[in-house]
Design a binder for this molecule. Structure first.
Ligand SMILES: [Fe+2]
Ligand SMILES: [Fe+2]
Length: 184
């Protein structure tokens, strides 16, 4: 899988993918999740990023897998649904847990499983990521998975607002769900 991914992704994206894989494995060991599933989901989460956003949109239209208007208007987001498509078709992945972790890695989603949370967070805190507060988030990730994911979702929302982009409701719903769940 690594070799194949290396042949399709740009070098920096491939390195990011390997970093996410390694980080997801570490988190899976910490939280007693299946490290093999974490590795595959982490490695393949961005496997559709070899396409440009316009190509993603065209392919999704052709495959009839456009999920909503926000993804349509910001087609880079479509690399999550297309990631699932390529993971299945090109990499032979059929495990629904791995596929759902790829599916939710950009926006997050309500009712995320532990594996989904791990991949979402690993994408956020892998060693190549640099943003204010990343060190604290890296520490928190190994102390409290839910609180770390909540912080990452908050960060995503702030980032989208700052950039003046459309905010995806999956992110809002994920954040509200997790906040309620933590305070239960
Ligand atoms: Fe991604
Ligand atoms: Fe990523």
């Amino acid at each position: 899988m690594k070799e194949k991914l290396n042949s399709i992704l740009r070098e920096d994206r491939f390195e990011h993918s390997v970093n996410v894989m390694e980080c997801a494995v570490k988190l899976s060991v910490c939280y007693k999740e299946d490290p093999d599933k974490a590795a595959i989901a982490g490695l393949l989460h961005d496997c559709a990023r070899f396409l440009e956003p316009e190509e993603m949109l065209r392919l999704c239209e052709k495959l009839d897998i456009i999920t909503d208007d926000v993804r349509k208007e910001n087609p880079k987001l479509l690399h999550d649904v297309l990631g699932v498509f390529f993971a299945e078709k090109e990499f032979g992945v059929s495990d629904p847990e791995i596929l759902s972790a790829i599916r939710s890695h950009t926006t997050g989603s309500e009712n995320m499983t532990r594996l989904q949370k791990i991949v979402f967070l690993a994408d956020f805190i892998e060693p190549g990521r640099k943003f204010k507060g990343v060190e604290e988030l890296r520490d928190l990730a190994f102390e409290d998975l839910d609180k770390a994911v909540l912080k990452a979702l908050d960060h995503t929302i702030r980032f989208v607002l700052k950039k003046g982009q459309l905010l995806h409701m999956d992110t809002v719903n994920a954040r509200n769900w997790l906040l309620r769940d933590i305070n239960k």
